[in-house]
Unconditional design. Sequence first.
Length: 491
Amino acid sequence: MSITILSTPQEMTPAYNKNYFYFDSTEKSEVGFRYLVSVISGGVTLGTYKLKPIPTTLYGEVDVSKVIQQSLGQSFEPTQDNGYIPTAQFLEFTLQIDEEYLVNEPFYTYGFEGSFNWPNAVDPQYNPNGLARTGLHHASQPLYTQGDIINVVQNTTGRPQLEGIHTVLDVYEDSGTWHTVLDLPYIGPGVPSTGETFYADNKKSIFTGVTSSEVTAYRGAFGFVEYNTYDFEDWQTLNSTSNLLTTLTEMRISRDNPTWLKLYKIGEGSIYAVFNIDGTRYRYIVGAVNTFYLINALPSDDNILEVYNGTAWVAFGGGLDLSTIKTYDLTIATSSDLQLSKAYTINLYDDCDFYDTFDVCFMDRLGSWITVPFNKGSYVTQKVNRSTFRKKYGSLVDSDWTYSLQDRGLENYHIEEELTYKINTGQLSEVESQYMKELVSSPFVFVSVNGADFESINIINSTLPLDKKRTQRDRKVQLTFVKSVQDNINI
């Protein structure tokens, strides 16, 4: 009995793409064979599968992505100034792959079971009325235990009493022979009998198989074309061509609220987020642990640790002013300035606004948090749902029925308010217009109104024009949303 794992996902794999495992068993041709697969993380079973073999090869095949997805969260921490580990966005898991099938236990004869050879013959827990019993003899240990109900099938029906359904009273070994004691009273000597036994209800036997190597799944979903050539080495901090785990390109981000870009750190020592702003380089430390990080892509006095003076990194004294800055570069590097990622150009929103400001922060397809301003006017629509009941009014006063003009004949018992917001961007570039699909399809979106704390929202838009070739004045986006938690009404 042996299971071999043929193929697994990469050691680091995006949870929202396909994550197939393939495996093989030497027992795959057995009657009723099934692969039993458990997805295990931190000692907890996340999900199980019972799989029929693939018809052509009899291999086992399973895509565990759906089970993994339900165990991942968002890790949105808007108060973090530097980098932080998004613990809810990834998990390590293994697969335990076992097998089950119908097992027949052969016997080569039968015999007497009593006090002179059966150790438990006088124990009422095994032999309630102390009768001599009939036992089957096996060359190796059978699978049965006390209480199992088995079916005995003889090769030739030499002893009709043996044939059929019996309950197992005990299983023991004596001088190399294994005995299955049946509830059948001793049938006496007679013609020899051989045959097979199996569980009467066709219960299958389960056999322990193999445990896969550990795989780390992270919140991410690559495109159909991209994933065909996916190699996680391209997405960890190795060299100057390595990618961060983000879809951000030319989109102008908020200069008032942070954008967090995801990366996977690997290697010795700490890594730094390095900003090149108008030829001056600034940096802050991200961390030293080999894991995923979300880094703040908006430099400020709250996170910058050091500035490069032309010959060495020195302590930063504050006073970083981005008010006239429209663009800067971000890279990841070691403490000794060895570049560990390609340079990302960060574009800051720089329009003049005269309305309420709405910074919309959303998770992109690879788990980064992108903050985009919608500051070109907003509209709010109120919808009030009322639940009412009719109420008796008036009363008897001095032998007359009378009532007050302030009595209520229709009473509210529940009022629920829903505010729907429509907010607008300014004119977008072709790339920005195309990028808005990331926002509308995002599973988690938050909004900060006029610099206040972020609140969770639900986007109403189901379609969005992704204009590319039309004139710039047409490339504007209106986003419709409701807050996930509405204000309460005092009733």
